[in-house]
Design a protein around this ligand. Structure first.
Ligand SMILES: Nc1nc2c(ncn2[C@@H]2O[C@H](COP(=O)(O)OP(=O)(O)OP(=O)(O)O)[C@@H](O)[C@H]2O)c(=O)[nH]1
Ligand SMILES: [Mg+2]
Length: 169
C-alpha cells in the first residue's frame, strides 16, 4: 500500500537482560540466531521480529548482549530510527549498560529504557531513576505481551516513520 510507513527499532542491553524474550513476546513468528550457553541460550547474531500498527511496519532487531559482539551491534544498528535499552532490574547497574547508554546518547539516537524483569524476585526498578539522562523509563516484563506491546507502541509513537520502500542504510 502506497501510504504504508516503516520504523526500524533496535533493542540493546547487557547479556541476559531479556532482549530475545521481548522480541519473541512481541512477535511469536520472530526469528532468532542463538547458541546454547549455561542454563539457556544466547544471541550470537541477531533477533528479528515485526509488528504492524496503523499502517506502520515496525521492524524490531535484537542485538547480542555479549561484549565481544560489538561489531554485530554496530552493523545491526545502522539506519535505526530509535532504540530500546533493556535493563535487568533484578541486578545492579553495570558498566556495559552504561556504555550502551553513552553510545546511544553520543549517536543522538532517540531511545527509551525498558526496566525489565519487574516480575522477578528482587526486582528494584527504583535504583535506575536518574541514570539515563532525559530518556524515558518504562517498567515492563518482557514476558507480558500487553506490557511489552504497550511500551513499544508508546515509544514508536514518539518517532517519525519513513515511507515504505525508503532504505534504512
Ligand atoms: N522473570 C523474568 N525473566 C525474564 C524476563 N525477560 C527475560 N527473562 C529471562 O531472562 C533470561 C535471558 O533472556 P534472553 O531473552 O535470552 O536475554 P537476552 O538479552 O536476549 O540475552 P543475550 O542474547 O545472551 O544477550 C531467560 O531465562 C528469560 O526467560 C522477564 O521479564 N521476567
Ligand atoms: Mg538474546
Amino acid at each position: 500500500m502506497a501510504d504504508e510507513t516503516k520504523l526500524k527499532i533496535v533493542v540493546f542491553g547487557a547479556f541476559g537482560a531479556g532482549k530475545s524474550t521481548l522480541i519473541k513476546t512481541l512477535d511469536p513468528l520472530s526469528k532468532h540466531i542463538e547458541a546454547n550457553c549455561a542454563g539457556g541460550t544466547t544471541t550470537v547474531a541477531l533477533d528479528f521480529g515485526r509488528i504492524q500498527n496503523n499502517g506502520c511496519n515496525i521492524h524490531i532487531y535484537g542485538t547480542p548482549g555479549q561484549e565481544r559482539f560489538e561489531f554485530a551491534r554496530e552493523i545491526i544498528g545502522r539506519g535505526m530510527d530509535g532504540a530500546i535499552l533493556l535493563v535487568d532490574v533484578t541486578s545492579p547497574m553495570d558498566d556495559f549498560t552504561r556504555h550502551l547508554s553513552d553510545s546511544l546518547h553520543e549517536a543522538k539516537v532517540p531511545f527509551v529504557v525498558f526496566l525489565n524483569k519487574c516480575d522477578g524476585s528482587g526486582a528494584n526498578p527504583g535504583q535506575f531513576n536518574g541514570q539515563f539522562g532525559s530518556s524515558e523509563l518504562q517498567v515492563v516484563s518482557a514476558k507480558d505481551r500487553r506490557q511489552a506491546k504497550d511500551a513499544l507502541l508508546r515509544f514508536a509513537g514518539t518517532l517519525t516513520p519513513r515511507p515504505n520502500g525508503h532504505s534504512h542504510a
